[in-house]
Ligand binder design. Sequence first.
Ligand SMILES: [Fe+2]
Length: 157
Amino acid sequence: MTVQNKTVLNAGTIPHVAVDFMNNTHFEEIELVEKLGDVITEYEQNSAPTLDETKRLSDFLEQWLTHTQAHFSRENELMLETQFPMYSVHSGEHERVLKNMKEIIQTWQSNHDIEMLADYVFSSWPQWFDDHVNSMDMITAHFAVMHGFDPHATIEK
Ligand SMILES: [Fe+2]
């Protein structure tokens, strides 16, 4: 895969939503994926990766999964707290994406197919994330603030 094929997301280009804690979580997630991208690029260029190098990548993926789970569940809680009417649509989308991410990680763990993983991390996931923040997250945050949620409230991780 060439560098030109990579979709680059960064904290400067991702749309901002009306709730601070959601933006902070999104920035953290992007930072994590950027680091993961570096590890994947290194791995792709490595003609004979060691077990330790493979494990390092697997550990990174687990860390990403954990972050995503926490990220989605905090947004789900916000929707419940503010009685967001499209809760089932937005939380259903979280569930779908999480299931897909788990499947990708499991597939990687069983076949160590770096191209499949690179395609997900550099292409499918950034496209989804950008669309999702621009649509469902944007609407959810706006609704929450309109219904009394403090946009600057901090939330326990
Ligand atoms: Fe979301």
